[in-house]
Design a protein around this ligand. Structure first.
Ligand code: PMP
Length: 382
């Protein structure tokens, strides 16, 4: 009888009860899942290139490690991630206590906000920067300082303008977020300028250099910010196993920082924030340099394939070193996105990033990329 009983909600204005920052939050909008599209449209064989996932999938070494670990999921994971932290410390040539493991690198961003921000303090990031920065800042009631980006005719259009970022830093700024390369623009900052920017920040201002796409980048002037950890105690570098390592569904990433900063981040994380399966997979994936190289090669070829195709069609792109590329479709991109859905192709409209004429497309395999371009041709010709 209870199954059919109407649910009666007590009337209570929960929105009013929520803390200030949370009340004004807009939730993060993920890419549309394939299953949802196929259910809605009654179609099959659709293609999703909308969430910057690795089209090659996980490394076979990681798959085998996950299989081995499955039989042990009745016990809690090692909350301190001893083996993975050790491997990451070796890999990056840093001390083990510099490493903080996160449920995706996303969690590290959140831990930084929880540990270092509160009402009355602020964090600074660029307009068109990764959408999670404003969310984590607002959620803890801190203020966001949003810097003007590079102009559309800059060599890195819509990318981070370090001078504009620096100008927003004041005595209450505890965190600056820099995505290198940035999502969704794909733009990057060269090593000399980024290092100078970080060294110019006050000692009380932490800078998060978000390197989620690090392993893909081929630009010769692109830096590895991990190399600056020893000279910049206020630096936190974030990396992830979600992108080139193909483990997005497992949720595992990490931060590298001064040990005192890592200690504080570890105080606010959940005791078992990364699963045993994820730790095992990440450990194995780190060793699979062949899979990383193959993924990088395919990505480079795909970036060139899209750049050539769009240039041939007179469509403007934003130069990208990530595993995605933004293209200006010359009209309301949301309508184009919807028309592409009807062709069974899911990409990402980026109007929420204030780029209403752009679509962000994840780099796929050669044939997948061709399918996107063909579908776009069809949609744009109508
Ligand atoms: N930083 C950037 C710039 C990203 O694009 C993403 C994923 N979209 C993340 C961090 C977080 O990824 P994850 O939590 O999967 O590590």
């Amino acid at each position: 009888m209870f199954a059919n009983a109407p649910i009666i909600y007590m009337s209570c204005d929960f929105l009013r009860l929520a803390v200030d920052g949370v009340r004004r939050l807009q939730p993060y909008e993920p890419g549309k899942p394939i299953e949802t599209l196929e259910r809605e449209l009654g179609i099959r064989d659709s293609l999703k290139l909308a969430s910057n996932e690795n089209p090659l999938g996980p490394s076979p070494l990681a798959m085998a490690a996950m299989q081995r670990e499955l039989g042990r999921v009745s016990v809690y994971p090692d909350g301190n991630g001893f083996a993975l932290k050790g491997a990451l410390a070796d890999y990056h040539q840093v001390a083990r206590d510099c490493v903080t493991l996160g449920n995706g690198s996303n969690e590290i961003l959140e831990l930084v906000a929880r540990a270092f921000l509160r009402p009355g303090l602020n964090a600074v990031f660029s307009r068109h920067a990764f959408a999670v920065y404003p969310i984590v800042v607002q959620a803890v009631g801190a203020t966001a300082g949003v810097a003007q980006p590079n102009a559309p005719d800059h060599v890195m259009p819509y990318g981070h303008d370090l001078t504009a970022l620096a100008n927003l830093v004041d005595g209450e700024t505890r965190v600056v977020f820099v995505a290198n390369p940035n999502n969704p623009t794909g733009t990057w900052i060269d090593g000399a300028r980024l290092r100078q920017f970080i060294r110019g920040l006050p000692a009380i201002t932490l800078v998060v250099v978000d390197e989620a796409y690090f392993e893909y980048v081929q630009a010769p002037d692109y830096p590895n910010a991990v190399a600056w950890l020893a000279e910049c105690p206020n630096l936190i570098v974030t990396r992830t196993f979600s992108k080139v390592y193909g483990l997005a569904g497992l949720r595992i990433g990490y931060g590298l920082s001064h040990p005192a900063v890592a200690d504080l981040l570890n105080r606010v994380r959940q005791p078992f924030n990364t699963s045993s399966v994820a730790q095992a997979a990440a450990l194995a994936a780190l060793d699979d340099t062949g899979h990383v190289a193959e993924s990088r090669e395919m990505n480079n070829a795909g970036l060139a394939q899209f750049a050539d195709a769009f240039e041939a069609r007179g469509l403007r792109i934003i130069p990208s070193v990530g595993n995605f590329i933004c293209v200006n479709v010359g009209r309301d991109a949301f309508a184009v996105y919807q028309a592409l859905l009807r062709e069974g192709v899911i990409v990402r409209p980026v109007a929420s990033y204030e780029l209403p004429e752009y679509l962000r497309i994840t780099i796929g395999r050669e044939a997948q990329n061709r399918r996107v371009v063909d579908a776009l041709d069809k949609v744009l010709s109508t």
